[in-house]
Structures are given as C-alpha cells and as structure tokens.
Design a binder for this molecule. Structure first.
Ligand SMILES: *[C@@H]1O[C@H](CO)[C@@H](O)[C@H](O)[C@H]1NC(C)=O
Length: 336
C-alpha cells in the first residue's frame, strides 16, 4: 500500500489538472506555430513568385516599410570608417555596391567639414550603377562632431540589418569572400567573423603577474592560433555597437581617443567578454589600396601590447579566447 486513498485521489486530481493546463498551453503553442509557419510559407511563396516573374525585381525587403517592428532584413550593413581619403572611399564603395547581400552603407564621418554634396551625389550614383540585381542600397553619412576612433562603434539606431560589416576605407575584399564571411556569421551571430587575425600570449618572464604580448600577422602565421579579428574587416552583431557605446568603460574609450589606437582590440575584448567564444577567421584575399597604414609605423606592436595589458586590467581578467580554426571556401581548395 502506497499512501491512503484520499491522498492518492488528490494526486490523481492534481495530475489531471496539471495535464489539462499543460495540454491547453501545448495546443496554443501548436496553433501559434501553425500560424507562424503558414505565414512564413506564404511570404516565401510570394517572394519566389515575384522573383520568377521578374528576376530584376528581387528586393531584400519592402523599402517603404521602415517601421521598427518590421522583421529584420536579411542582408548586412557596410559600416565604413573613413578619414580624409575621399578617393579611397569612392573606390571601395563602388566595389562593395556590387556584392549581392549588401543592404545599406553607413559612412562613419569624423572630419571637421561635412561631406561635400558632390561626394554624396557621386556615391549615390555609383552605388546605383554598380548594384547587380537592382535592389536599392541606401548610402548614409553618420556625421560626428568629435574626431575619435570610438565613432566607428557608435550605437546607430537606424541600422536596418542585425549585422554590420565593419571595414576601413582602404580595405577591399572580393564579394565572394564577403559572402562567405556573412554566411559564417549567420551560423555564429554572437561572435566576430573577420579576415584579419591577431593573437596574444602570456609572457612568463615578466615578474609573477601575467603580462600579455600582442602578436601581429607573423605570430599568427607562426603559431597557427589567434584570439582576435580586427574590425578593419569583420562582421559582428549590431548589439555590440550599443554595448560599446553604453557599457564599455569610459577610461578605455578615453584611452582609444587619446592614443588614436586600439579601438579594434577594445571591440575584440567586448565581444569575447560577452560571448565567451573565440572569433572566426575567414580566409580572403585582402587588397589594401591605401599607402602605408598605421601598422607599418615603428613601435606599433609595443603600443598594441600596452593596450592589451591595460584592457585586461580594466576588464579584471583576460576575456580573449584563442582558437585555430580557419574557414576556407571548399570550392577553392583542390586538396583536402
Ligand atoms: C563582461 O561580462 C560580464 C558578464 O557578462 C559583465 O557583467 C561585465 O559587465 C562585462 N565587462 C565589461 C567590462 O564589459
């Protein structure tokens, strides 16, 4: 005998009650799923029908419908940082306009003078000319009063996509590489996916405290591991722009502004701290169309090492996670 008849009945009643309430929740859920599924099916039918009728009318989303509770758009936003190099800006924007899943372009503008009308007109024109499948790509200048490297990570409330492709004005990657990285990001939307890997390691010789060293391209090549991808060419979720703007410690941002350096390391720290995951390096052929960049100046590595140690002190730990994964397009590797 397990328990008295009274308590057994009570248990039974309880079970019935619990089951029926769970059951009704389940039915509601099921109904909800059915409706959502039907809507998705309808939407996809409608869009494929439109595409079949007129292959040139394929638009990523209805452009006239810009309210916030709209479903997020499927492409990515090019977030391009520029400074007094309008010729490079023209070149790179006219290139990226050809990439298929580009949704819109935001130019981070920190010069004292606003962009000239002729530049704006030119960009608008060239983007319209170069867009392959005829969908409209919006070109926007995000004007900043202060000249700071933090500007490139300012929270931007009218981004239409969930993801940005952050790029320097002098970095050109083939659209096929950009597409590959975008697909990888879709599979790992919380992490940074980029083309320029960097690493850090612990220098044991410096006292007892952990001292970190920043490793450039040759270190990555030699060791085969990395723990950052630089924001000069990387995809990341737009939520990290909001976090950088609102949650990053003021002293780190101040340090970035004063030294005109390391905003990319700061962003790598932020994403790694929030996601506890390593970034993903995608192989791509990078063309640097500008002249000598900052990285070729003397003492660059030492400055970057200082940034890493400073940021570790600010975060209270080393958030970066190392990995050795490299993504390649399997169509381009004949040997595997
Ligand atoms: C790091 O992540 C933790 C936990 O997600 C969070 O509480 C903390 O504010 C983050 N630190 C910084 C400096 O962003």
């Amino acid at each position: 005998m397990r328990g008295s008849p009274v308590s057994r009945r009570a248990v039974q009643r309880f079970r019935q009650l619990a089951f029926s309430s769970v059951g009704s929740v389940k039915i509601k859920l099921l109904l909800g799923f059915c409706i959502v599924f039907a809507l998705i099916l309808l939407a996809s039918r409608a869009s494929s029908f439109a595409r079949w009728k007129n292959p040139h009318s394929f638009v990523l989303q209805d452009d006239n419908n810009d309210n916030d509770n709209n479903i997020h758009r499927k492409g990515y936003t090019l977030l391009i940082n520029t400074w007094k190099r309008n010729d490079l800006l023209r070149k790179s924007i006219s290139h990226y306009a050809e990439c298929p899943r580009l949704d819109s372009i935001h130019i981070v503008w920190s010069e004292p003078d606003p962009p000239s009308e002729s530049l704006a007109n030119y960009l608008e024109h060239i983007v319209h000319e170069n867009t392959k499948d005829g969908h409209e790509i919006e070109v926007k200048f995000d004007i900043n009063k202060e000249d700071s490297l933090n500007n490139r990570f300012k929270e931007n409330r009218d981004l239409k996509t969930d993801v940005v492709f952050s790029i320097d004005d002098d970095v050109i990657l083939p659209c096929s590489s950009v597409e590959l990285a975008f697909s990888i990001w879709l599979s790992a939307p919380d992490t940074m996916v980029g083309f320029v890997p960097r690493m850090h390691w612990v220098d044991k010789s410096e006292n007892s405290k952990d001292y970190y060293v920043y490793g450039g391209w040759w270190s990555v090549w030699w060791m085969g591991t990395y723990s950052m991808v630089l924001s000069k060419a990387a995809f990341f979720h737009k939520k990290y722009l909001a976090m950088y703007t609102n949650e990053m410690s003021a002293s780190i941002k101040e340090y970035v502004t004063l030294n005109r350096n390391c905003e990319d390391i700061a962003m790598s720290f932020l994403v790694a701290n929030a996601s506890s995951a390593p970034p993903i390096w995608v192989k791509g052929k990078i063309f640097e169309i500008g002249s000598t960049g900052i990285s070729s100046l003397g003492g660059h590595s030492q400055k970057r090492t200082e940034c890493v140690n400073r940021f570790v002190a600010e975060f209270g730990r080393m958030p970066l996670v190392s990995t050795s994964i490299k993504v390649v397009d399997s169509r381009n590797t004949w040997f595997w």
